[in-house]
Design a protein around this ligand. Structure first.
Ligand SMILES: [Zn+2]
Length: 223
């Protein structure tokens, strides 16, 4: 189906749904001849139709624009969603590229009072077994180590695959291996290659990529 057909089909389904909702509402809700217990059943049906509306609405791209409602809000002409309200669910296509959100970056120079207020996005997805987290926040005051310190505004990306974790932020790329396998949770050490003795360096299965001017281009870690 092309996007025009999808829109047409969606309109049809939504119109049928609205008719059903109106029918239940008009005939069974606020009907004094119906007992309280029965009325509760119709109320539940109405709620379930509302849920169907929410799911159908996720397919709508609101391309026909908005109309003013009686309470001076703007509602999509196709699905009736009020402009600016949050969705509880996300719809992803089964085939093709899945896109969730737009690239977020820190967007304020202010230092916020706490982490929650500074947060722009902190979201996690388990994608076929790889766990991906994106944490973007503005600067905020933290009580870490019992001292008031300012945490910098940052965009942090983290992916975990098996026992390997890759962390990327504005300043560094850090790959952490075998944390789970390490029996003694002893100290970790770190150092630039030139600080480490050659005989110790030989334990590290790392290959550096560089160009003819020794500009660093990447690295490979053998598993
Ligand atoms: Zn819509």
């Amino acid at each position: 189906m092309n996007s025009g057909q999808i829109k047409k089909e969606l309109k049809k389904q939504l119109n049928a749904l609205f008719k059903s909702m109106d029918f239940v509402s008009k005939n069974f809700l606020n009907n004094e001849k119906i007992s309280g217990r029965e009325s509760q059943v119709f109320f539940n049906i109405y709620q379930q139709l509302g849920l169907a509306w929410e799911f159908l609405g996720l397919q709508c791209r609101h391309r026909d624009g908005y109309k003013r409602t009686r309470d001076k809000k703007e509602a999509c002409k196709i699905c009736g969603k009020i402009r600016g309200t949050d969705d509880f669910y996300i719809l992803l296509p089964k085939k093709g590229l899945k896109k969730l959100g737009v690239k977020a970056n820190p967007n304020s120079k202010r230092t916020f009072e706490n982490k929650k207020d500074a947060e722009i996005v902190n979201d996690t997805i388990n994608f076929y077994g790889a766990v991906v987290n994106v944490d973007v926040h503005n600067s905020y005051k933290s009580n870490l180590f019992d001292k008031g310190i300012n945490m910098a505004a940052e965009r942090i990306f983290n992916v975990k695959e098996d026992n390997i974790e890759c962390h990327i932020d504005n300043h560094l790329i850090h790959i952490r291996l075998r944390d789970r396998d390490r029996k003694s949770k002893g100290k970790r050490y770190g150092g630039f290659p030139w600080e480490i003795k050659k005989e110790n360096l030989e334990h590290f299965p790392v290959i550096f990529d560089f160009d003819e001017k020794y500009k660093f281009l990447g690295l490979t870690i053998l598993k």
